[in-house]
Design a protein around this ligand. Sequence first.
Ligand SMILES: N[C@@H](CCC(=O)N[C@@H](CS)C(=O)NCC(=O)O)C(=O)O
Length: 216
Amino acid sequence: MDTRYTLIVGTKDWSSWSLRPWLAMRHSSIAFEEELVHLRRGTTPEILKFSPSGRVPALVIEEDGRRALIWDSLAICETIAERHPQARLWPDDALIRAEARSYCAEMHSGFADLREQLSMDFARKLPTPPLREATKAQIARIQQAWAAALTRHGGPFLFGRFSIADCMYAPVVSRFGTYGIALDAELAGYAERMMALPAMQEWGKAAKAEVDAGLA
Ligand SMILES: N[C@@H](CCC(=O)N[C@@H](CS)C(=O)NCC(=O)O)C(=O)O
């Protein structure tokens, strides 16, 4: 089968949704081309050329003369996991997999205050803004969820080995670092392991280059 993937991502310093499937694919050594769209520059028409939602990420799959477009971070992660079972991006056990999916869905549909107040700025260190009560509660919920998963599954990642759950929370790991959100030793260890992943380092280098070039 002749397959070509093109992942359309936004400005790496900012685009938290793009990071998620990019990390799933890069960490799993799945080959793909990348198209980068610079965000916050009136770029909606440019995104619409690729993605009907006007949002990134989007994945184009070209295969044996057919073409499919997948938009939305979680749909892309699911599609990649299904097409590349050897990457083992979900836990093997069905009940644990269901739990991991809940973690991903909760992130995907929730934490709006945290996303607004602590927006991803991967390459920068910024002061903690005055946090709304709702944001504090969402930070506490995420920390409690991470601690529960690490305890239950024994680490080093949320569900033991690296999974889509880690991809979905990767931007939160970055945000906690950017804004100096305090973590206990167990969670700080998890954050360090995540940030040390070669794929996270690679993303961070690109984000820093954007900042240095005045693009973010
Ligand atoms: N639910 C979508 C959200 C995608 C999203 O909001 N992406 C942002 C960038 S991180 C975007 O494309 N914004 C449009 C813009 O900035 O022009 C997903 O999970 O992929």
